[in-house]
Design a protein around this ligand. Structure first.
Ligand code: BT5
Length: 253
């Protein structure tokens, strides 16, 4: 990949690899050393890409974007909103292409109700202080990026399928990073939260939240709490808060 297009962006340092295990793993290693704020790790292929809960994330060579951004958060950075920062950056880049992206809370980006991108946020702690936050983003460009349907628990798609033509990876990457950099100073604002909430999929629809224990919570999706938690209205009218964690969201059958 030619990263010349990124030169004008206010990034930290850049590391590009043809093939890695996981860009998040390399970013964590680098953040444990001396990676400056807004440094990035990019790879053309991941052989051990990770989703949440050690699920696998597929990134075959030349088919996708695999990117990890290293943040050195300030004391008052609302860490629980960093997944929203990744989601807004990817959806901003999709909007520039004329697409209609939605955010499937907490960490998926949908096009035509199918997953085109996933976000994995990992935080490195020094006691109670966050030393670094790694925002990992994987975006499918071609249909070859997709795992076989039987390996999926939610349908997947690519930018190419949604656009009907190939999307330029370098330009998309630039848009994602430009938006990420522009929105970061606003991360604590109401405007940021509103922009994030407006892009949520299934607004005012009945959804189910599946916990890791397989326990299912049903409710109508209302929006976001201040910390980025999901707000639902239960069948008996109570307001429920679902925290970012090991949960999956699905439309109600
Ligand atoms: C995610 O996890 O969606 C987070 C994915 C984050 C990937 C990026 S790539 C750069 C950085 N480096 C990494 O190692 N990771 C990050 P989760 O919500 O747990 O979804 C994982 C599930 O998505 C898997 O169990 C599969 O069912 C499905 N999946 C795997 N690869 C996919 C792909 N390419 N497209 C769509 N779905 C996929």
């Amino acid at each position: 990949m030619n990263l010349k297009l990124l030169e004008s962006l206010a990034l930290g340092e850049m590391r590009y690899f043809d093939s890695v295990g996981s860009t998040n793993d390399l970013a964590i290693e680098w953040a444990n050393q001396n990676a400056p704020h807004l440094s990035i790790v990019i790879a053309d292929e991941q052989t051990a890409g990770r989703g949440r809960l050690n699920r696998k994330w597929l990134t075959p060579k030349g088919t996708a974007l695999a990117l990890s951004v290293i943040l050195r958060p300030e004391e008052n950075t609302p860490l629980s909103r960093t997944v929203g920062l990744g989601a807004l950056a990817i959806t901003d880049a999709c909007l520039k292409l004329g697409l209609a992206p939605q955010i499937k809370w907490p960490n998926d980006i949908l096009l035509n109700n199918k997953k085109v991108a996933g976000i994995l946020v990992e935080t490195l702690w020094d006691g109670a202080t966050a030393r670094a936050v790694i925002v990992g983003m994987g975006v499918n460009f071609t249909k070859e990026a997709l795992p076989p349907a039987e390996a999926l628990n939610f349908p997947a798609t690519s930018l190419e399928s949604a656009l009907g033509k190939a999307a330029n990876r370098e330009e998309f990457l630039r848009e994602v990073l430009a938006s990420f950099i522009a929105r970061l100073p606003q991360i604590a604002s109401a405007q940021f939260l509103n922009a994030w909430a407006e892009r949520l999929a299934y607004q005012n629809e009945e959804v189910q939240i599946i916990a890791q224990s397989d326990e299912i919570t049903h409710g109508k999706l209302l929006g976001l709490e201040n910390d980025g938690s999901l707000s639902l209205q239960s069948v008996n009218g109570n307001r429920l808060t679902i925290r970012y964690g090991d949960v999956s969201l699905r439309p109600s059958a």
